[in-house]
Structures are given as structure tokens and as C-alpha cells.
Design a protein around this ligand. Structure first.
Ligand code: HEC
Length: 346
């Protein structure tokens, strides 16, 4: 029943926008008769080696060359921002619980690619016949080595693929776009348009757009000789590891702040004070990291200020001072953004 739902949904998507190519080789033949120029282009993209876009500095500028019909992200319980980009490539947020993984299994997903910093729960997925691959990437763009690993996964592992970061908005859609290029043979213009117009990837992350516009896509011969065995866990260290934990607590706090700090009946186990203390803890540990000494003064000052505001947040929540807690959270949010604008996004 779930399967037929998937196909109905996908058929509706195709009907509505006629966009994603099915990847069926029989489509290619008829297209070649219709237009020779198109055929030349398709033969090149068929195997997912679309050449880099040469003329555009930033892929973001090219993300409106193709205009797509609206497609909204969908939520399925513990799966958010889900986009069925094609039969083989689904983009979305982190699966939050076992039911979310079960949903992926019901859709027939065979491989989940996480590009988030958090080490995935590979054992829970394996119980459902799903393989996890972990290639954490950064907001400033995907490195050549990471592109190689992502492309190799798409070429050599079994689809359909579910590709996720944390929220499913920026890094995940960029990696999914590589999948669309490689698995479905779409054009760079189409892939960029899907990132921007469907998934809503922010223009702040130019590097992600540049990767999709420009990165060399290794051929099947090239990936075959790469020595890399699809690790399901690629643990982060230091500041980057701290950020992964920080994000989850911060997200819960934002959600609770929007409810005036009242517990969410759907997640009664999540407690604002507890999350604020975790946040405070991560900032404290980050301040103690040796690598912090190598960062410049602004960076350290922002980290210090964030820690101080997280202490004020805990204190306000302890004192039931909802207003002061809101103000503290706002300060923390501004500090996350300032530091990222200076040190993370480019
Ligand atoms: C003082 C600077 C600074 C502050 C404050 C800061 N960050 Fe970061 N953050 C960074 C840097 C630098 C990176 C990139 C690290 C890397 O990839 O090596 C990063 C990376 C991240 C990542 C990506 C992690 C991954 O999966 O690779 C997330 C998510 C994140 N930060 C969330 C937050 C949140 C939420 C806050 C506020 C509560 C915050 N950060 C506060 C500097 C900061």
C-alpha cells in the first residue's frame, strides 16, 4: 500500500511538472530522432558526466535558467522537507526516528547518503535492509574528494537513494543534485533550478551552487578505481563536532520558544532547561578546545559571547523568566549567524 502510494505520488509529480527524466534508456532513442543536437547532449549526460558550466562564476546565478513548476517539500512524521526529485533520488531532512527509517524502507529506498556531520544510526537502518553512507560536507562547498565519494556512491550503490543533511535545505539538496546529474543524467541547469526553486537552498551558500555548476563528475571508470569503501560513519572532531550537537539543542529551543516554553505534547521528553544546559555545555567544551587558540580574535570573542548568552538562557529558564529566555535565545541566534557569515559559509 505504501509502495503504490509512492508511485501515485511520483506519477502526480511527473504529471504536474513533466520534469524529471525517468532514466529509462528507451526514452533516449526517441529523443535522438527528434533532435540531433539534443541527442549529442543526452549521450554526454546519459552516463552522468555533464561538463562543468564554464561561463558562470556562481551557480546561483544560473539557478533560474530553467523555470520549474512549484513543488513543495512534504513532511512524513519524522521526515521533513521531503522532495521526490526522481524515482531514484529523494532529498530530505534527517530521519528522526525508527518510523522515519521504516518509511524510507516502505518507499523502497536502498541507500541513504548523509552529508550531515552527525554519525548516522546505521544499525537501525541495516535492520530494514537500508545501507547508510556518511560523507559529511560543509556549507562552503563540496571538496573534490567529497564529490568523488558522493559520485562513487551514486554510481556503485543500489538506488533508490535518500539524501539528507540535518534540515534538508542546503547541503542535502546539493548532494542530491549531484545524484540527479549522475544517476538521472539531467543538465546542470535543471539540477541548479531544483536546488533553488524546489528545495529552497539559500543563495548564502554560493559554494554549494558552484559545486553543482562546476564540479568535475568522475566517470564510472574513474570511480571504479577509487579506493574508498563507503563508510557508514565518518566522525567529526573539534569545533565541527561541537556544532553538530549544538544545532540539535538549538532547534529544540527555537521550537519551544515559539510555544512560550510550554512542553510540546508531541515531544513531552524534550525539556527547555535541559536543552539549554546541553547548549551551554557544548559552548563550554568548545571554549576549551586547543584548536580554538588558532582561530582569530573575533572568532573567539563570538564563541565566548555565545557561551555567556547560553548561561543566561539556562538561568532565565531556571527562574521561569520566559521573556529573558526569549531575549537570550535571540542573542545566541544572532551570534550563530554572524560567526557563520564570517567563517563558515564561504
Ligand atoms: C564563533 C563561531 C561560531 C558560532 C558562534 C557558531 N558556529 Fe556553527 N560553525 C562555525 C564554523 C567555523 C563551522 C564550520 C566548521 C567546519 O566545517 O570545519 C560551523 C559549522 C556549523 C554547522 C555544520 C556542522 C556540520 O554538519 O558539519 C552547523 C549545523 C552549525 N555550525 C550550527 C551552529 C549553531 C546552531 C550555532 C548557534 C547556537 C552555531 N553554529 C554557532 C562557527 C560558529
Amino acid at each position: 500500500m505504501q509502495r503504490s502510494f509512492r508511485f501515485t505520488l511520483f506519477a502526480a509529480l511527473l504529471g504536474a511538472c513533466g520534469a524529471p527524466s525517468s532514466g529509462d534508456p528507451s526514452d533516449e532513442g526517441s529523443a535522438s530522432q527528434a533532435n540531433e543536437g539534443l541527442e549529442a547532449e543526452r549521450t554526454a549526460t546519459e552516463i552522468g558526466t555533464a561538463p562543468p558550466m564554464a561561463t558562470l562564476e556562481s551557480g546561483f546565478e544560473a539557478a533560474n535558467l530553467v523555470v520549474l513548476e512549484d513543488l513543495k517539500g512534504q513532511d512524513f512524521g519524522g521526515l521533513h522537507n521531503v522532495y521526490f526529485l526522481s524515482e531514484q533520488v529523494i532529498s530530505g531532512g534527517e530521519p528522526h526516528d525508527q518510523a522515519a527509517l521504516q518509511q524510507l524502507a516502505d518507499w523502497g529506498v536502498k541507500t541513504v547518503l548523509s552529508v550531515d556531520g552527525k554519525v548516522p544510526d546505521q544499525a537501525a537502518a541495516a535492520d530494514l535492509g537500508i545501507r547508510y553512507v556518511h560523507v559529511p560536507i560543509q556549507y562552503r562547498g563540496i571538496t573534490t574528494e567529497e564529490v568523488n565519494h558522493i559520485v562513487k556512491s551514486f554510481r556503485e550503490l543500489e538506488g533508490p537513494f535518500y539524501v539528507h543533511c540535518f534540515h534538508g535545505k542546503h547541503r542535502g539538496p546539493a548532494a542530491a543534485a549531484l545524484g540527479r546529474l549522475v544517476v538521472d543524467g539531467i543538465s546542470r541547469e535543471q539540477a541548479l533550478a531544483e536546488m533553488r526553486q524546489w528545495c529552497g537552498t539559500s543563495g548564502k551558500y554560493e559554494g554549494l551552487y558552484r559545486t553543482v555548476a562546476q564540479a568535475h563528475l568522475p566517470s564510472a571508470e574513474e570511480t571504479a578505481v577509487m579506493n574508498w569503501d563507503f563508510p557508514a560513519a565518518h566522525p567529526m572532531e573539534g569545533i565541527r563536532y561541537a556544532m553538530v550537537g549544538m544545532t540539535r539543542s538549538f532547534d529544540y529551543l527555537k521550537a519551544l520558544a515559539a510555544r512560550d516554553w510550554q512542553p510540546d505534547p508531541e515531544h513531552p521528553d524534550i525539556d527547555a532547561l535541559n536543552e539549554a544546559q546541553k547548549l551551554e555545555d557544548v559552548f563550554r567544551q568548545t571554549m576549551a578546545l586547543e584548536e580554538l587558540a588558532e582561530e582569530d580574535e573575533d572568532f573567539r570573542a563570538w564563541m565566548m559571547e555565545s557561551w555567556e548568552w547560553s548561561q543566561k538562557l539556562s538561568l532565565a529558564l531556571k527562574n521561569d523568566d520566559g521573556e529573558q529566555a526569549q531575549a537570550s535565545l535571540k542573542e545566541i541566534k544572532a551570534l550563530c549567524s554572524s560567526c557563520h557569515a564570517g567563517y563558515r559559509n564561504h
